[in-house]
Design a protein around this ligand. Sequence first.
Ligand code: UT7
Length: 315
Amino acid sequence: MKIIGTGRSHPSLVVTNDMLSQILDTSDEWITTRTGIKERRVISTENLEDLSIDAAKKALADANMDAKDLDYIICANVVNEYICPAMSCIIQGAIGATCPCFDLNGACVGFIYALEIAESFYRSGKYKNILVVCAEEPSRMVNWHDRTASVLFGDGAGAVVLTEGDNIKATKMSASCNWDRLYQKHELQYSPFNKKPNSNLPLVMHGQDVFKFATRAAIKDISHVMKETGYQPDEIKHYLIHQANLRIINNIKEYLNQPDEKFPLNIQKYGNTSSASLPILLDETNKEGRLQRGDLIVMSAFGSGFVSGACILEW
Ligand code: UT7
């Protein structure tokens, strides 16, 4: 497949590090030096589905495609207002599409999962035009009284439209179960038969373990797709890395021995927007005119699971 349109949507509220220092025992200096984040967008008055629909419409307009021509919609999402129906179904109705759809929870790696699934769908011969929307609201998951995780995340949505092409050169997905390093449990409705204690608790994160995993996994996945395709690091024009921590991105950059300008960044503005991170970054890089036809792009993401993934595509 190939990507022919991109879009993104952000909540209106900008929450700066200084604003967080007012409610948490933290500082702009700590957050900036340890993560690279200066501010993030957080949902206040809007709903996540509004952002998802907006990003989807922008990607369709960019692709010059009518929603009626879509053959599938995949939405990557960890949490939203609805347990059911799937967010993809809400998007389908709002944009006027008639195709089937489903949601996937690939944590921060949802976008690369979706690309790999879209490519497999296309290869099956049944589907040609696929909309991928990554929509995330981690501000609903973190404990806003706990400085360790709450300062890292932001909300947002990113979308791409894919159609037939030979531009996805390789994908590599990995999973190694370490669920207790980054997780959140939630309680649904009361059941008279359920004897377990209430587990409705905010996100739990062991930051240093996640950091080490992320760096190792990204290097391993990127090396895998490079080896599979035979491309050398110098041949890659853009490295789009999940915007979780600037220090993780710098470690990957050092390993690959590649210059700063190949690593677009927006972590300073949006923080970690989970699976929306990569399509938001791709849309920004695209709309800034930095992508030329034929450019090789590596994407890499990692997250709760642990899961990780990388891909190489030609623009
Ligand atoms: O998509 C994947 C999602 N998650 C991630 O990518 C997270 C990966 N991990 C990280 O990004 C980093 O581990 C963090 C940014 C979470 C933490 O950075 P760190 O350099 O690993 O710090 P640390 O956990 O070792 O904590 C150092 C100190 C501690 O104080 P003491 O024990 O040295 O006195 C923490 O309590 O920093 C303290 N600390 C803070 N101080 C001010 C932790 N969070 C904060 C904070 N503000 N927000």
